[in-house]
Ligand binder design. Structure first.
Ligand SMILES: Cc1cc2nc3c(=O)[nH]c(=O)nc-3n(C[C@H](O)[C@H](O)[C@H](O)COP(=O)(O)O)c2cc1C
Ligand code: SF4
Ligand code: SF4
Length: 259
């Protein structure tokens, strides 16, 4: 079995999931989705994984754009991991529907819970809670690896009905305004012009003017910029100043630099 795993990450949870799963599957390569790689790495690839965070109870725009860009190979075993902060909702069902329109079959869809990186709503929780989530995530990845290696078919994990009913409308409502929601970012504190926020942005939405970052209205809301700023001087709206930052503890900033 030869696998290519495409991942998208803001704060490292999905990257860590991709790495861990790749190790367990063997003969697996991991590639960031923002490269929009058109090729599924040659003819020997027979398995393709998509690993990404749940954003606003659904599939992030960047993942949808990636799916449009890749070469469609109907005979490949496709699996997905929707990395989330506790509410996967109908993300994997939505992904399956998108793929079906392209004549692709999503053979397996897993959800894995991690600490939430949605800092406008709060921090990632206590270290003990985070540790529990990392432990259960590792077990879940182990399960997914065995499922994929067995070539099993059909698992498609989802949130409870109330989540799927209530939040699907919310996803649709915010999808088109998401890119310009970066107008809520601002600098509050001492920016050292280190450039990290620019380098972690997967879509080149940040440039520098007068040695300060400027956001350009093409944001994916991955929150990498605010979460990785070493000075914690990027804020989003009014509430993030007092909220704890989060990055996966085994992922380093250079690992998420845009390639
Ligand atoms: C804009 C945005 C929206 C999010 N929406 C959800 C959501 O609907 N459900 C959920 O469980 N987690 C949600 N999260 C949390 C992330 O899915 C979660 O923290 C994930 O582990 C982050 O993965 P990453 O570190 O690879 O970016 C959201 C995060 C962001 C930034
Ligand atoms: S990461 Fe923070 S300190 Fe570095 S340039 Fe960006 S805003 Fe300034
Ligand atoms: S501007 Fe920040 S939140 Fe938006 S895509 Fe870039 S890194 Fe992610």
């Amino acid at each position: 079995m030869s696998t290519v795993i495409y991942y998208y990450t803001g704060t490292g949870n999905s990257l860590w999931t991709a790495r861990t799963l790749a190790e367990k599957l063997g003969d697996a390569e991991i590639i960031p989705m923002h490269l929009m790689n058109k090729c599924t790495s040659g003819s020997k690839t027979d398995t393709v994984g998509l690993i990404f965070p749940v954003h606003i109870w659904g599939v992030p725009r960047l993942v949808r754009n990636f799916l449009q860009a890749i070469e469609k190979q109907p005979r490949i075993y496709y699996f997905a991991v929707a990395v989330n902060g506790g509410q996967v909702s109908r993300t994997l069902i939505q992904l399956k529907e998108i793929m079906t329109k392209d004549s692709l079959t999503l053979s397996a869809g897993f959800e894995v819970k991690f600490p939430s990186n949605y800092i406008p709503w709060g921090g990632p929780g206590s270290l003990e809670m985070q540790r529990k989530l990392f432990d259960s995530a590792a077990e879940k990845i182990d399960f997914a690896a065995r499922y994929i290696l067995n070539r099993d078919l059909g698992i498609l994990e989802k949130g409870p009905l109330w989540q799927r009913v209530f939040f699907t409308g919310f996803y649709k409502m915010t999808y088109n305004i998401l890119r310009t929601m970066d107008k809520n970012f601002h600098i509050d504190g001492t920016c050292t012009s280190c450039g990290i926020c620019e380098r972690v942005c997967p879509v080149k939405n940040i440039t520098f003017e007068a040695a300060r970052p400027v956001w350009h209205g093409s944001c994916e809301q991955c929150l990498a910029c605010i979460q990785w700023c070493p000075e914690e001087c990027i804020q989003y709206g009014k509430k993030t100043k007092s909220n704890e930052r989060y990055r996966h503890p085994e992922v380093k900033v250079k690992d998420v630099f845009r390639k």
